[in-house]
Design a protein around this ligand. Structure first.
Ligand code: ADP
Ligand code: ASP
Ligand code: MG
Length: 465
């Protein structure tokens, strides 16, 4: 069972998590708990890490104070008694002190490496896990808290987006967690963080605690993964954009992976991989309404009556266009473009090229747009090719297995978009035919989502979320 940061930091969130754990335990289930950092603690830590280079000690103390407040509130609202609270507080204070020293180090050296950034952000989950573990113990259930690395998640050393080493992880997760489970206790594992072979702290990338949960589940041969969050499951659209989306009752791994990639529910894009490989069903459930069935993700591909199940948006992207007549009929240009981007370590998220070959359009992360433009200008200099970057765009994606082989889907989708007078800048369809994605100006993105949700999304069997 994985508990998300939104749920943990909600009013009486830790107590609510304790209730769910206690109830599941009474039902006779054996399980491991994975936690995220509380609320937006990871964002606070990331900001602190990058700003610490220019911060005075006073600014560092302010950030520490903000984190102290968030954790104190969660502890205050837990069901821990006086002694329990005091004990877990000491633990948090010790972490805050180590964090203060780390940030001070960065500010003195004026240097932040990916390795030290991972060390800084790891404090989020390292502070939430002992709180949840103490809450479970306060209910008379044995529990110990472990970091992701202590639980056995081993990765390479790509700090910030570390890649799990599967064989080593399976062996060490079993070695670390089995004895705790056999004692009848509940391990509480800090999600998102892991350790490299050299024992250094790494992180799996944003939304990584869902990934930790599926990695542990597949290593232990679990029957199911339950992801507890603050909404009823995977919804037909982002509830912050569409007023009353519906809950999608069932998705295939492939559909859910597509959605994770397109940013629905901020899930790590690789999080479903281990569950799919081991054929472990994943349930997304609402911690505020545990009686609801939520969304079940399995290998079954149900075709819904409508073709589109969910509309998702990727923000923080940029559109990169390479255009010029000299592109036409010149084999190798595309290869040149993509190798130039690859050598600058720019990841290309979407590609399209017209038959006329007069231009290639690409979507990259907004943070790497300028770098990408520079790399291409350098590569294509003096060849009559224009390189242009537009940072103010978003990708909208319509996802659903029902689209495969279905005629007229594109007409419906783009008809809905045209009816709102929205200009489409670029279109792509994955070869899996599980999604149609297109690029619009950022200011039109929410409108495009609402248009699609109103006119194309299937909400026949879902319940209102
Ligand atoms: P957690 O803290 O549980 O990990 P996340 O921040 O990862 O939660 O994601 C949950 C949030 O994602 C929801 O509160 C919701 O606002 C947002 N969200 C956006 N799109 C969707 C979607 N299609 N289905 C469900 N949630 C979505
Ligand atoms: N705390 C991490 C993040 O915010 C991991 C997670 O919540 O899944 O990205
Ligand atoms: Mg999350």
């Amino acid at each position: 069972m994985k508990f998300g940061g939104s749920l943990l930091a909600s009013h009486h969130g830790v107590r609510r998590v304790g209730d769910i754990v206690e109830r599941t335990r009474k039902a006779g289930d054996e399980f491991v708990v994975v936690v995220s950092a509380l609320g937006d603690v990871t964002d606070v830590l990331l900001r602190a890490a990058s700003d610490a280079k220019s911060w005075s000690e006073e600014k560092i103390l302010e950030a520490i104070e903000e984190l102290r407040r968030i954790h104190l509130t969660a502890i205050e609202q837990s069901s821990l008694g006086k002694n329990g609270k005091a004990e877990v507080l000491r633990n948090i204070e010790a972490s805050l002190e180590r964090l203060r020293e780390t940030l001070l180090g960065i500010s003195i050296l004026k240097e932040l490496s990916p390795r030290s950034r991972d060390l800084v952000v790891s404090f989020g989950e390292r502070m939430s896990s002992p709180i949840v573990s103490a809450e479970i113990r306060s209910r008379g259930i044995g529990s110990s808290s472990l970091t992701g690395g202590e639980a056995g998640v081993i990765t390479d050393d790509t700090f910030g987006e570390a890649v799990p080493i599967h064989g080593a992880t399976i062996r060490s997760v079993r070695r670390q967690l089995m004895p705790i489970l056999e004692r009848g206790a509940v391990p509480v594992v800090a999600g998102f963080i892991a350790r490299s072979k050299d024992g250094e702290i790494t992180t799996l990338g944003r939304g990584g605690s869902d990934y930790t949960a599926t990695l542990l589940a597949s290593s232990l041969g679990a029957d199911e993964v339950w992801i507890w969050t603050d909404v009823d499951g995977i919804l037909t659209a982002d509830p912050r954009v569409v007023k009353k989306p519906f809950t999608v009752p069932q998705l295939s791994y492939a559909e859910a992976e597509e959605l994770a990639f397109f940013g629905a529910k901020n899930m790590h894009p690789l999080a479903l991989g281990p569950a799919r490989t081991a054929a472990i069903p994943v349930r997304i459930k609402n911690g505020f309404r545990p009686e609801l069935p939520g969304t079940l993700i399995t290998k079954e591909e149900t075709k819904s009556r409508g073709v589109v199940k969910v509309v998702a948006v990727v923000r923080s992207v940029g559109l990169l266009t390479v255009a010029g007549e000299t592109l036409q009929g010149r084999p190798g240009i595309a290869a040149e473009v993509f190798s130039a981007l690859a050598s600058s370590r720019v990841n290309v998220l979407m590609i399209s090229q017209s038959v006329s070959e007069a231009n290639i359009s690409m979507i990259v992360r907004r943070a790497s747009l300028r770098l990408a433009e520079k790399a291409l200008r350098r590569e294509l200099k003096g060849r009559g090719i224009a390189v242009e970057g537009d940072p103010e765009v978003s990708v909208v994606a319509a996802v659903g297995a029902g689209m495969r082989g279905e005629k007229g889907v594109a007409a419906k989708i783009f008809g809905a978009i045209a009816s709102r007078g929205i200009n489409v800048r670029m279109i792509a369809q994955g070869s899996s035919e599980l999604n149609v994605s297109f690029v619009v100006n950022e200011r039109d993105a929410d409108d495009a989502v609402r248009a699609l949700h109103g006119q194309v999304v299937n909400h026949v069997r879902g319940s209102r979320g």
